[in-house]
Design a binder for this molecule. Structure first.
Ligand code: HEC
Length: 419
């Protein structure tokens, strides 16, 4: 039993772990070997350990390791899927893996070193509750800490509620519950568009600027594309705002070959955010820590009308209607409305329906798969085999009702096979 595959499993385990975890990794591996030598083979133990480390970010207890190895060997009709699901029961799947995956989506620096907030908690909660992950960009929902835990209440002008969850070391797996977002942040229900209107996203992406940042970062985080990758100069430029020069540096070719490529598609989409802002007192609160999201139904925020003299004949925003010009042209390859849902048209009014337009695309589903793949496989999809699997997993994700756990099952199974 303590043969070369087992030794190599130990070596890999130790090699992969952070220093802090190495010791426990070693002792667990040894304990597991002792416990399980009669029931499972080293290959399954090794695979179980890899799956657990990748999915939960920490080594399993000897009991869980043996249980998972047994599932991998087909005990009681179980499969590798069940082993992955066992690993997802670990607190660290929620506290570490999901939190670390989502935190960079919630700030401009894309850093993981940021406190828990309403955006990350909502990602964690949606996964925990097996919800349709597409709702992340459109529903009137946020996850908060349950009552009775001694937490400060959710506040639209503070992140203290979530920081207290972390300070108390509470398990996200146990303490989160969904609430209607509009009951928490005062938005009308129809203006609550998932995490895009969370406090954290508003603080990061509705602050100052022109609200194009909310569109750009949502595209990056949930469609896995920055603007350069959707650049298309063949779209109608009729919604490009007045603040974009039509002859930068006196040269209209720069506009026609550059600026147009992003702004003709982005400006009609970012229009959906015309009534939102993140309000804070720059004099007393320069870091905007105590600001809150503001929504002015029917009144376009002045940031949409700034620098109107740059090109007076540019588009003047008068409402929050949006248009997706990228349904046609090269960006049709994003697979807009790939399930041909009649309730997802290429235009609408407000952030909620625009969020549905994004989240009902093939690119959205594939992006969730790519992100989980990177976390579980510790690398980017590389060759044609990987890409074929990404496509299969994207379809599995859709068939599971867009349950993000399905992606963990698929990627952990694939990447623990030595891929
Ligand atoms: C690769 C895509 C892309 C191209 C090309 C591009 N832009 Fe932009 N532009 C953006 C994005 C994204 C934002 C929002 C940035 C933010 O707020 O974080 C933006 C914002 C702006 C703003 C508002 C800045 C502010 O916050 O006050 C102006 C003005 C602008 N662009 C003009 C131009 C001009 C002129 C050109 C051509 C020289 C151009 N852009 C080319 C993507 C692009």
């Amino acid at each position: 039993m303590i043969s070369s595959p087992f030794t190599s499993f130990l070596a890999r385990c130790l090699g992969r772990q952070l220093d802090l975890l190495s010791r426990s990794c070693l002792s667990i591996a040894l304990a597991a070997a002792a416990i399980s030598s009669t029931t499972v083979v080293a290959g399954s133990l090794e695979r179980a350990l890899v799956i657990h480390n990748r999915v939960a970010g920490v080594p399993p207890t000897p009991e869980v390791l043996t249980l998972m190895a047994g599932y991998i060997d087909g005990a009681n009709g179980k499969t590798v899927d069940d082993a992955v699901r066992e690993a997802m029961k670990n607190d660290a799947f929620y506290n570490v893996t999901l939190k670390n995956m989502a935190t960079p989506w919630t700030n401009r620096d894309q850093t993981v070193f940021a406190p828990l907030n309403d955006y990350t908690a909502t990602v964690v909660g949606l996964v925990h509750d097996d919800k349709d992950f597409r709702t992340i960009l459109s529903t009137d929902q946020l996850y908060v800490g349950k009552t009775g835990l001694g937490l400060p209440n959710y506040a639209s002008n503070s992140n203290a509620h979530y920081e207290a969850i972390e300070a108390k070391g509470l398990n996200l797996k146990d303490v989160l519950e969904p609430k209607s977002q509009s009951s928490l942040n005062g938005l009308p229900a129809e203006a609550a568009a998932g995490v895009m209107t969370s406090r954290a996203a508003a603080k990061a992406f509705f602050i100052a600027g022109t609200n194009r940042a909310m569109f750009r970062f949502t595209l990056m985080n949930h469609m896995c594309r920055d603007l350069e990758q959707v650049h298309d100069i063949t779209r109608t430029p009729d919604f490009i705002r007045q603040d974009v020069s039509r002859s930068p540096g006196g040269d209209s070719r720069v506009y026609l070959n550059g600026c147009i490529g992003c702004h003709s598609g982005m400006d009609p989409m970012a229009k959906a955010f015309a009534y939102y802002d993140y309000k804070f007192d720059a004099a007393t609160d320069p870091d905007a820590l105590s600001g809150s999201i503001q929504y002015t139904a029917g009144t376009v925020h002045k940031k949409y009308l700034q620098n109107s003299a740059t090109f007076p004949y540019g588009y003047v925003t008068t409402n929050d209607n949006w248009q997706n010009y990228w349904r046609e042209g090269i960006n049709s390859n994003l697979g807009w409305n790939w399930k041909a849902d009649p309730s997802v048209p290429a235009s609408g009014a407000g952030a909620k329906s625009m969020g549905e337009e994004l989240s009902h695309s093939h690119a959205f589903a594939a992006c969730q798969v790519e992100k989980v793949f990177k976390h579980v496989c510790l690398r980017k999809p590389a060759d044609s085999t990987d890409h074929a699997r990404i496509e299969t997993f994207t379809n599995n994700f859709a068939n599971s009702g867009y349950n993000l756990k399905q992606i963990f099952v698929d990627t952990a199974t694939y990447c623990s096979e030595g891929n």
